[in-house]
Design a binder for this molecule. Structure first.
Ligand code: F6R
Length: 253
């Protein structure tokens, strides 16, 4: 595992954007795995800028999003569909048919999970997966539990996640209780993974991830088993790391 500790959120976003750009330049029909939430917003702003400057072309890029809330239609401002179009897709030349996001309003949600998994298999593997991390160590919406389903599945969100995400809704009652998420196996099939984290609220999750011990209580620890993971964190997210965790990783500039 490589860890890059950078000055702040902007630097984290810029470094991540450089990695995405490099991937697209190397493979113009790259398959990207994308996340939503506050963390990748800066990365998406940089990618839009790079597109506008003519540095990257998304016309052949394929994307798969990690997750979607169950019950929110694509036009709902808090749905992850809406988020992705608003914050990235509407501003770049990606083709609509190359965008994949699980549907949270499918009539048969179990079938939707299977369909998404099939699409991932057919069009994948993902070349570069972008991840954020929950305060409880979730990646995608793979929440801490005794056991975790490995393929795309339906999850019940934990109180930690509902509390963390209530900031986007008018009240906590409006936060959906369930979501569809790509599973850990689907994430781990990605050829390369970058995990971004910024701010003090993520410091504990980052320390738990880097302790070197695999546990379903901290789903992000599964990344310890992947051979090509780069964690890009700002100083605040790195603030609880001690020598013990840092000896487990390769620090890069
Ligand atoms: C979102 C996702 C989640 C978020 C995580 C952090 O698609 O998969 O795992 O990355 O909840 O969210 P933020 O970035 O809002 O702190």
């Amino acid at each position: 595992m490589r860890v890059m500790i950078v000055r702040d959120y902007d630097e984290m976003s810029r470094r991540a954007a450089e990695i995405v750009k490099e991937q697209i330049l190397k493979k113009p029909d790259a398959v990207l795995g994308l996340a939503t939430g506050s963390t990748p917003l800066g990365l998406y702003r940089y990618l839009i800028q790079m597109y506008k400057n003519g540095e990257i072309d998304f016309s052949r890029v394929i994307t798969f999003n990690l997750d979607e809330y169950i019950g929110l239609p694509p036009e709902h401002p808090q749905s992850y569909h809406y988020f992705m179009f608003e914050n990235l897709f509407n501003h770049i030349n990606i083709k609509r048919e190359n965008v994949h996001i699980p549907s949270g309003i499918a009539e048969n949600l179990e079938e939707e999970c299977k369909r998404y998994e099939r699409e991932l298999k057919e069009k994948g593997p993902i070349d570069l997966q972008v991840l954020g991390i929950g305060v409880n160590g979730h990646i995608g919406f793979n929440e801490p539990d005794e056991s975790i389903e490995t393929k795309t599945h339906i999850v019940t969100l934990t109180e930690d996640t509902i509390n963390a995400n209530k900031r986007f809704f008018k009240s906590i009652e409006e936060v959906p209780r369930r979501a569809i998420t790509m599973g850990l196996a689907s994430i781990m099939r990605a050829k390369k993974i970058i995990l971004l984290a910024s701010g003090k609220s993520k410091a504990n999750a980052i320390r738990e991830t880097l302790k070197g011990k695999l546990t379903t209580k901290v789903p992000s620890t599964v990344l310890l088993l992947h051979s090509n993971v780069t964690i890009i964190i700002d100083k605040e997210a790195a603030s609880l790391l001690t020598d013990k965790e840092l000896t487990n990783v390769e620090l890069i500039d």
